[in-house]
Design a protein around this ligand. Structure first.
Ligand SMILES: Nc1ncnc2c1ncn2[C@@H]1O[C@H](COP(=O)(O)OP(=O)(O)OP(=O)(O)O)[C@@H](O)[C@H]1O
Length: 606
């Protein structure tokens, strides 16, 4: 993912440029601690692996015994003993293989479940600047598709790789025990096999990273459009959107196809080279048998070990491609895990008082958004709001009203100057403490796919239903909630009941009342509410503002009339301050805005 983290991706050297086994596996290393948490599972898997490999490796020796002794002496007893032993070995092999599969897959699932939880915890900790550039759909793809790839690496691939490594080593040892001469010849062929494998691994890795990236982009695109499905349909944009998504999916297919093709070549190339070398070595062995230098049983034994060794190597090569793909996924996950949030608690945060008084002060604040560093959103802005004061912010679109809120919640740090709460610089506080002191009721409140009660108590899971109901009553929301099919247990959100704008606002106000924070930030809805909703919202606001420092981005005449002070912003600066009457009398920006906005409101109400 290219857009999301300028800082982190610069910190790590581009992975594609590094070579060899170690470099390919390096991205997987941060995952090791996850696996090491489950030492018992690993130990069981390992033990099962040893037993299974050992059992497999005894088979060729049994075959040799059968050929050299079983058939030559006409003792039926020996034949029976050999066959009986083979059944025993097969039983051990079956049991050990099943056990290994169980423990290894469990480990894979466990590691990935832990990793997903950690990744989400990390994503939840990242700051607004990160999300200004990150695409949620891409992040979701990391959380699901990439972790799934890792699961296969930690589960099946690791299991197959380990089994084959054991088998390979065991087979090679047994080949030397059987015939050092033939074994030496066979081993000489190994570099011929392995070197091209490593080389092609890099190209597989690059292609599969590309495939995953393309997939993530397609997911991001689908996510964006589905979350705004009404806008898409209203604009009649289905056909082009569907076509674009299809193109994105096709591009992901092409990339995956290229990776698969590369893998297919690697696999068949490896098998061809391996088996050709074996056949060549065997031909030499056959000469020895013909010349009487070797028994036919011994050659059979060697053949079987060689086939075991070679097929393990072949499987290792195909696993290698999978592991490289997983390494690609791991490096994309690591990219996210490496991003450090910039908004964090200082090492020794100023402790929060039992109750904040709620004095807010912006002192010569200058600020530009990280995505637009050359354009100041606030310029040398100073504003003090006394405890319990009600301030209405008014100004044209883009004046910087929401930016004031964002800085107060410390979603971003100021560029210059400082913002303080009760005289404490926000940067000296733990953001969690700061945000506990502030209740936010946004313009278009987010309603989650939870029950009404859970939505009101969002972030305060321990709130009792009595407290929730009393907050809803004060927010003038109790009546409409009671009229819902299941009252406070009604499911809201995507798969539940949809609320009207005014109802959502009142739910958000109930949330703010429940938060009982000394500071209230309210962004009034611009859309007109019907008269009944309007009156209910105003009454609720009146209640919630009592005894709190409130800053309201005001769009309604009733709100500005009720404010102790109106602050007029324009282009990131405060241009006027006063009450409705004094500002109208002054005939400045406020008077013009008020005429436009509140005249239409009056006309609408009339
Ligand atoms: N996340 C962001 N990244 C970059 N620039 C931003 C971001 N949010 C706002 N801006 C810019 O900062 C300036 C102030 O925006 P802000 O949202 O504070 O205005 P506002 O007064 O709240 O406007 P409105 O009434 O339309 O919501 C604008 O020029 C806006 O384009």
């Amino acid at each position: 993912m290219t857009e999301i983290n300028k800082d982190a991706s610069l910190a790590a050297p581009p992975r594609e440029n590094r070579r060899g086994f170690g470099a390919t596996l390096a991205p997987l290393r941060p995952l090791l601690p996850y696996a090491l948490r489950y030492k018992r599972t690993i130990a069981f898997a390992f033990a099962a692996l040893l037993v299974a490999s050992g059992a497999t490796l005894t088979l060729p020796a049994a075959v040799r015994g059968m050929i050299d002794h079983g058939f030559s002496t006409d003792s039926a007893g020996a034949v029976n003993a050999y066959f009986g032993a083979m059944v025993g070995v097969a039983a051990a092999l079956a049991l050990a293989s099943g056990t290994r599969y169980y423990f290894v897959m469990t480990l894979g699932e466990r590691v990935v479940a832990d990793l997903r939880a950690d990744l989400f915890r990390h994503l939840a900790s990242l700051d607004a600047a990160f999300y200004d550039t990150a695409k949620t759909g891409e992040l979701l793809s990391r959380l699901t598709a990439d972790t799934t790839l890792l699961k296969s690496a930690f589960g099946s691939s690791a299991s197959v790789a380990l089994r084959n490594m054991f088998m390979f080593v065991g087979a090679v040892i047994m080949m030397f025990a059987t015939s050092p001469k033939l074994a030496g010849l066979a081993l000489a062929a190994i570099p011929v096999i392995v070197l091209p494998l490593i080389a092609s691994g890099r190209s597989v890795r690059k292609r599969s990273k590309l495939a995953q990236d393309t997939l993530a982009q397609a997911s991001a695109y689908a996510g964006e459009n589905l979350s705004a499905v009404r806008a898409m349909q209203a604009n009649g944009a289905q056909a082009p959107t569907v076509a674009r998504f299809k193109r994105a999916v096709e591009a992901a297919y092409d990339a995956a196809q290229a990776a698969t093709l590369a893998r297919a070549f690697v696999t068949s190339g490896a098998i061809l080279v391996v088996f050709t070398s074996i056949v060549a070595v065997l031909w030499l062995g056959a000469q020895d048998v013909l010349a009487g230098r070797m028994s036919s049983g011994l050659l059979s034994q060697f053949v079987l070990y060689a086939v075991l060794g070679a097929s393990s190597l072949g499987e290792l090569s195909s696993v290698w491609s999978e592991v490289t793909a997983a390494a690609g996924a791991a490096s994309r996950i690591a990219e996210i895990l490496e991003v450090r949030p910039k908004i964090v608690a200082p090492p020794h945060p100023t402790p929060a008082p039992a109750r904040w008084r709620g004095r807010i002060s912006f002192e010569h604040v200058g600020f530009a958004y990280p995505t637009a560093p050359d354009r100041s959103a606030l310029r040398d802005l100073s504003l003090a709001v006394e405890p319990g004061e009600r301030v209405a912010l008014v100004g044209p679109s883009g004046a910087g009203k929401s930016t004031l809120f964002a800085l107060l919640l410390r979603f971003y740090d100021v560029g210059s100057g400082a913002v303080t709460l009760d005289g404490v610089d926000l940067r000296a506080l733990d953001p969690l403490d700061l945000r506990k002191a502030i209740a936010l009721a946004p313009q278009d409140p987010v309603i989650f796919g939870l029950s009404v009660a859970e939505n009101i108590a969002y972030g305060r899971e321990s709130a009792s239903i009595d407290v929730i109901v009393s907050a809803a009553k004060r927010a003038q929301a109790h009546d409409f909630i009671s009229a819902l099919p299941k009252g406070y247990d009604t499911q809201l959100g995507e798969r539940g009941v949809t609320l009207s704008g005014g109802q959502r606002q009142r739910l958000a106000i109930a949330r703010a009342i429940l938060a009982d924070a000394p500071v209230l930030l309210l962004d009034e809805a611009t859309s007109a509410l019907d008269a009944e909703n309007e009156a209910a919202v105003q009454a609720a606001l009146h209640d919630v503002m009592k005894g709190r420092t409130s800053i309201v981005i005001a769009h309604r005449l009733a709100t500005v009339l009720e404010a102790d002070r109106i602050v007029v912003l324009d282009e990131g600066r405060i241009v006027e301050e006063g009450t409705h009457a004094t500002l109208i009398a002054a005939g400045g920006l406020y008077a013009r805005l008020a005429k436009l906005q509140f005249d239409t409101e009056r006309a609408g109400a009339a």
